[in-house]
Design a protein around this ligand. Structure first.
Ligand SMILES: Cc1cc2nc3c(=O)[nH]c(=O)nc-3n(C[C@H](O)[C@H](O)[C@H](O)COP(=O)(O)OP(=O)(O)OC[C@H]3O[C@@H](n4cnc5c(N)ncnc54)[C@H](O)[C@@H]3O)c2cc1C
Length: 424
C-alpha cells in the first residue's frame, strides 16, 4: 500500500482526534506541535463535551470509557446572578427557569485530561513536539502536487495532505484563504482562584460545581469550577480591541492590575463577584476574543484543508468550539478512510484527485454545519453581553423551553395521528 503522506499541524483536540482516527484505520500520519511538550503550557479551563458530536468522536476513537472516567456530569449545572447578588437561576436547586433540554448530556472535562487521553492514544513517535510551523509551501520539483513544511529551524518535505489544526492563528490557513480572525468586541481578563475551597468556602459554595455567571449590563464575571477544585473566572465586557494595551493597567503587576480592573469596571457588583477576581492567584491574562467571520468558507485547494478553530474560530459563548472541531476531525477521517481502497495497489501514492474529492466533500458538509454553530455562538454573545444583564438570558431560556415543549407536543400528536391512521 502507498498511502498519502499526511501532516496534521497542531496537537489540540481537533488535530489529535483526527490523528487517532486515521491511525486506528492504519493510515499513517504525523502531528507537528509548536509546544515543547504536553506540560509546556497550562491548558486552561474545562470544556463541555456534547452527546451528538465530540462524544461520538471519542467513541470512534475507542476512548469513551476513559472519557467517562474523567467526565464530570455535576459540572453541567448553571447559576446566574445579578450584580447585586440576586439569584436568577440555579439549576442545582431548581431555582428559576432551567436551560432548554437541548443542553442536557454535556458533561464537563478538564482540557488537560482530554488532551492527555488523546496524546496517549497515538502511535509512538507520531507526535513531534517543538515543531512550530512558519509556512507551508508548494513543492514544484516532483511529478505530483506536494507540500513542504517550513518550521522555525528546518524544512520537512513531500506531503500529499496538510491538515491545519493549528487553532485561531493558523499558519496553514494562509495557503487556503486570505481571511483572518476579527475582533469580536469582547475583551477582559482570565484569572484562576486555586485555593478557593480553603480560602473562601462560602464563595466556593456560591459558584457551585459548574458554571456561575454574574451578568450585569454588558459587563460580566463568568466563573467555572474545574476538575481540580479551582475556579476560573473571566471578567469580560464590551471593550475596544486594543483596550489591554491602551488602558494603562500594568499587567506585569497582577495584584495591582486586578485591583485597578475591578475598581474601574465593576461598580455596582457585590463583593462576591469582585472577590472571584481580586482574590484569585496573582496571574492575570488579558484576553481579547477573536472570531472568524460567520459563514467563513474557501475554495477547495487540493492537498490542504482546515479543521477546528483554524477553520471556524468562534468565541466560547455557546460552549461549542471543541465539539465542532472534534466533529470536523471525525468527518474528515471518514472522508480519508473512504478513499483508502483506491490507494491499496498504487505505488507510490497516486490518487491525488480521489483524495481531493473526498476532502472537498468534507469541506462542503462542514461549512454549513460550522455556520450554524457560529450563528448560535453570536446569538449567545449578545445574550451574555446584554443591556438587560441576566434577565435577557433567562427569558431566552424560558422561550426556548416553551418551543421545545410545543415541538414535543406536536410530535406526540403526529404520532397519535399516525397510529390512528394505522389502526383505520
Ligand atoms: C476562554 C475559552 C473558553 C472556552 N470554553 C469552551 C467550552 O466550554 N466548550 C467548547 O466546546 N469550546 C470552548 N472553547 C473553545 C475551544 O477551546 C476551542 O474551540 C478548541 O480548543 C479548538 O480546538 P483546536 O484543536 O481546533 O485548536 P486548539 O485547541 O487551539 O489547538 C491548536 C494547537 O495547535 C498548536 N499550534 C498553533 N500554532 C502552531 C504552529 N504554527 N505550529 C505548530 N503548532 C501550532 C497549538 O499550540 C495548539 O496545541 C473555549 C475557548 C476559550 C478561549
Amino acid at each position: 500500500m502507498a498511502p498519502p503522506k499526511i501532516a496534521i499541524i497542531g496537537a489540540g483536540p481537533a488535530g489529535l482526534t483526527l490523528a487517532r482516527l486515521l491511525q486506528a484505520s492504519s493510515i499513517p500520519c504525523t502531528v507537528y506541535e509548536a509546544e515543547l511538550n504536553r506540560h509546556a503550557r497550562t491548558q486552561g479551563g474545562c470544556l463541555d463535551i456534547h452527546e451528538g458530536s465530540a462524544q461520538v468522536a471519542l467513541r470512534e476513537c475507542g476512548l469513551y470509557d476513559q472519557f467517562l472516567a474523567v467526565a464530570r456530569t455535576e459540572g453541567e449545572v448553571l447559576k446566574i446572578y445579578q450584580p447585586d447578588g440576586t439569584l436568577l437561576l440555579d439549576e442545582g436547586s431548581d431555582y428559576g427557569e432551567r436551560r432548554p433540554d437541548s443542553f442536557n448530556g454535556r458533561p464537563e472535562v478538564d482540557r488537560v485530561d482530554l488532551r492527555n487521553m488523546l496524546i496517549d492514544s497515538l502511535e509512538f513517535a507520531s507526535l513531534k513536539w517543538g515543531h512550530k510551523l512558519t509556512a507551508v509551501k508548494t513543492d514544484a520539483s516532483g511529478a505530483r502536487l506536494q507540500y513542504d513544511l517550513h518550521f522555525q529551524d528546518h524544512v520537512e518535505t513531500g506531503f500529499d495532505l496538510v491538515v491545519g489544526a493549528d487553532g485561531a492563528w493558523s499558519k496553514v490557513r494562509h495557503i487556503i484563504t486570505d481571511t483572518r480572525p476579527v475582533f469580536s468586541g469582547i475583551s477582559g481578563i482570565d484569572v484562576k482562584y486555586s485555593d478557593i475551597e480553603t480560602a473562601d468556602p462560602a464563595l466556593a459554595k456560591r459558584v457551585g460545581n459548574g458554571m456561575c455567571l454574574t451578568l450585569g449590563s454588558h459587563t460580566t464575571v463568568l466563573s467555572q469550577r474545574n476538575g481540580d477544585g479551582c475556579v476560573r473566572s473571566y471578567g469580560f465586557m464590551r471593550l475596544p480591541e486594543d483596550w489591554h494595551t491602551t488602558c494603562g493597567i500594568d499587567w506585569t503587576k497582577p495584584e495591582e492590575a486586578k485591583r485597578q480592573f475591578v475598581n474601574r469596571y465593576y461598580n455596582g457588583f457585590n463583593d462576591d463577584a469582585k472577590n472571584l477576581m481580586l482574590d484569585a492567584d496573582n496571574d492575570v491574562v488579558p484576553r481579547p476574543m477573536y472570531m472568524l467571520p460567520i459563514g467563513h468558507r474557501w475554495l477547495h485547494r487540493a492537498g490542504a484543508t482546515l479543521i477546528g478553530d483554524a477553520a471556524h474560530l468562534m468565541t466560547p459563548f455557546a460552549g461549542v468550539g471543541v465539539n465542532v472541531g472534534m466533529e470536523d476531525a471525525l468527518e474528515l477521517a471518514h472522508a480519508i478512510i473512504a478513499c483508502k481502497a483506491s490507494w491499496e495497489e498504487a505505488q507510490p501514492f497516486s490518487n491525488v484527485s480521489g483524495l481531493s474529492t473526498a476532502i472537498r466533500q468534507y469541506e462542503e458538509s462542514m461549512f454549513p454545519r460550522a455556520e450554524g454553530y457560529a450563528r448560535e455562538t453570536w446569538m449567545y454573545l449578545n445574550l451574555f453581553f446584554n443591556q438587560r444583564g441576566g434577565h435577557a438570558m433567562c427569558e431566552y431560556f424560558a422561550r426556548a423551553k416553551e418551543q421545545e415543549k410545543a415541538a414535543a407536543e406536536g410530535q406526540k400528536s403526529e404520532i397519535a395521528v399516525e397510529k390512528a391512521i394505522t389502526v383505520e
